[in-house]
Design a protein around this ligand. Structure first.
Ligand code: ADE
Length: 249
C-alpha cells in the first residue's frame, strides 16, 4: 500500500510531516512531494494548494509519478447542512462541482461527457476513516487540549457523512450559501478541491476519501481567526484521525 495524503494549506501538511520520521523531498509539477512512512506504511504527502485545478494536478502527479494506490484529502470546509457546525468533521461519501454549468447542453452540475454530476468516494476507506473520526471526536480535548476546546466552543463535535460540494470560490456570504443550499439540499459542506480529486480518482479507478473539519458556516457571520483555527483545530484533528487510521492497519 502506498497512500497519497493531500492538504490544501501549509499548516495541515506540517502536522502530517510531523508524524513522518523519514520523509524525503522530491520536486514535481512545481510542488514538493514528501515520500516517507507513517506507522510503517508508505506515504507521499503533498500540498495541493487551493482550488480544483491545483488539486487535480496534484492528484495526477501522485498517481502517475509516485504510484500511490489511494488518496486521502484532509482540510477545512464551510458547513451548509443543518446541524453541521464549526468544529464538526465531515467524511465525504460523494462530491459534486457546484460551479460547473454547461446547460442547456448538459444538465446543471453534470460534468460534460461523463454522464454524471456526483463522484463517489471509496466506501471502505471512507468507512474506516469515519470510525476513527468518531473515536477522535469522542474526546476532543485529548487531541486539542481543554483550552482550545473552550476557546472555539467545541464541546460536542459530531461526525457527518454525505455530499460535499466543491468550487473555485470561497463561499462567505449568506445569500451565496443559501443559494447553494436551495440548489443542493443534501450538501453538507463546501470547499474548493475535493470534487476535482474525486473525478481524477474515478478516472483512474483509485480509492479516494476526504476528511474536512468545518471551519465556518460559509456565510457572512463574524468568524474566528481562520488561520488559527486551521493551526489549532483542523490540522490536529486530521493528524489524529490519520494517526489512528494508520495505527489500525
Ligand atoms: N473552506 C473552508 N471554508 C470554506 C468556504 N466557506 N468556502 C469554500 N471553501 C472553504
Amino acid at each position: 500500500m502506498r497512500i497519497g495524503l493531500v492538504s490544501a494549506m501549509h499548516q495541515e501538511l506540517a502536522a502530517v510531516l510531523d508524524r513522518m520520521p523519514d520523509e524525503q523531498r522530491q520536486r514535481a509539477a512545481g510542488r514538493d512531494f514528501w515520500v516517507g512512512h507513517w506507522h510503517g506504511h508508505e506515504v507521499v504527502a503533498v500540498l495541493s494548494r487551493v482550488g480544483k485545478v491545483a488539486a487535480a494536478t496534484t492528484a495526477v502527479v501522485l498517481i502517475e509519478r509516485f504510484g500511490v494506490d489511494r488518496i486521502v484529502f484532509t482540510g477545512t470546509a464551510g458547513g451548509l447542512g443543518d446541524g453541521v457546525r464549526v468544529g464538526d468533521l465531515v467524511l465525504a461519501r460523494e462530491f459534486l462541482q457546484h460551479d460547473i454549468d454547461a446547460s442547456p447542453l448538459f444538465p446543471r452540475f453534470e460534468v460534460p461527457l461523463t454522464g454524471r454530476a456526483r463522484f463517489p468516494t471509496d466506501a471502505e476507506l471512507s468507512g474506516a476513516l469515519t470510525a476513527t473520526a468518531r473515536a477522535v471526536l469522542a474526546a476532543p480535548a485529548d487531541t486539542l487540549g481543554a483550552d482550545v476546546v473552550a476557546e472555539f466552543g467545541l464541546q460536542a463535535p459530531r461526525v457527518h457523512e454525505g455530499l460535499i460540494v466543491s468550487g473555485d470560490r470561497f463561499v462567505a456570504t449568506t445569500p451565496e450559501s443559501a443559494a447553494l443550499r436551495r440548489a443542493l439540499p443534501d450538501a453538507l459542506a463546501v470547499e474548493m478541491e475535493g470534487a476535482a480529486v474525486a473525478q481524477v480518482c474515478h478516472d483512474y479507478g483509485l480509492p479516494f476519501a476526504a476528511l474536512r473539519t468545518i471551519s465556518d458556516r460559509a456565510d457572512d457571520a463574524a468568524h474566528v481567526d481562520f488561520m488559527r483555527f486551521i493551526d489549532q483545530v483542523a490540522s490536529r484533528y486530521s493528524a489524529a484521525v490519520l494517526e489512528a487510521y494508520f495505527g489500525s492497519l
